[in-house]
Design a protein around this ligand. Structure first.
Ligand code: CA
Ligand code: CA
Ligand code: CA
Length: 249
């Protein structure tokens, strides 16, 4: 059959055995490494490891356990560069396919390394807005706005303007895709100066926001820091001012 021909002509090293089967589905852990040392299977209809090169030459070594293809996901198609059996085994269920050397693509319109969905394409030519799976930062973590490259999971930066129009997160500040708005400056302290009583002959001063509340995302506000003075020498509170633009993500 075609698969066996392909395998035999692709300079792979079979030191164990390859099994074509129609057995009942098994529940194995998800393969996560190009060196497989315990029984596993990939989780998507089309999946695999892609080197990102002109020809996918990503080797997968099965040193123990079994690489299972098409059990939990019927008719699954897997792409890798080459298969090295070095003590382990491969089980390919009826209807499943193993493509050696084929490219894997994902849709990542804004090229930020996070795909629009987990759907993978095993084909020679890129699909619309497609990039190689190897270019993904985390292939199984999807982008919440595939039109804005600054909007992506694990974004660590803070931004002082709302997300531009064009995608599902437009108008919000959820740059890190966690559905929570996190502010850069978290203090909610209000500036306060209490000259009443002049305890210990000093004003009671608390550093904080000039208008008494933490600024909204994108808003610039004065933050006052205390400058001490004695009741005898000063008639009003002194303070230093720094303007902060509230960044959010
Ligand atoms: Ca993206
Ligand atoms: Ca994005
Ligand atoms: Ca957020």
């Amino acid at each position: 059959m075609d698969l066996k021909k392909t395998l035999l002509t692709t300079a792979i090293f079979l030191s164990a055995f390859l099994v074509m089967t129609s057995m009942s589905p098994v529940n194995a852990v998800v393969c996560s490494s190009t060196t497989i040392s315990s029984t596993c299977e990939f989780q998507y209809a089309k999946d695999g490891f892609d080197s990102g090169d002109a020809t996918n030459d990503q080797a997968v070594t099965v040193s123990s356990g079994t690489l299972i293809i098409g059990s939990s996901v019927p008719n699954q198609e897997l792409a890798i560069g080459k298969l090295i059996l070095n003590g382990g085994a491969v089980t390919i269920y009826d209807g499943a396919k193993l493509h050696l050397g084929a490219k894997i693509w994902m849709v990542d319109q804004d090229a930020d390394g996070y795909p629009a969905s987990t759907t993978q394409y095993i084909q020679e030519v890129a699909p619309a807005n497609g990039r190689r799976k190897a270019a993904m930062t985390l292939p199984i973590v999807t982008d919440c706005d595939d039109t804005q490259s600054n909007v992506r999971p694990n974004q660590t930066g803070f931004f002082t303007t709302a997300i531009p129009a064009g995608g599902p997160k437009a108008g919000t500040f959820d740059y890190n895709c966690d559905n929570v708005i996190t502010k850069q400056y978290t203090s909610s302290a209000a500036y306060a100066c209490n000259t009443t009583g002049c305890a210990d002959h000093y004003y009671t001063v608390v550093s904080g926001w000039a208008d008494g509340s933490n600024p909204a995302c994108g808003t610039t506000e004065a933050y006052r820091t205390a400058s001490y003075g004695t009741c005898a020498s000063l008639s009003a509170c002194n303070y230093g001012t720094t303007n902060y633009a509230q960044g959010c993500k």
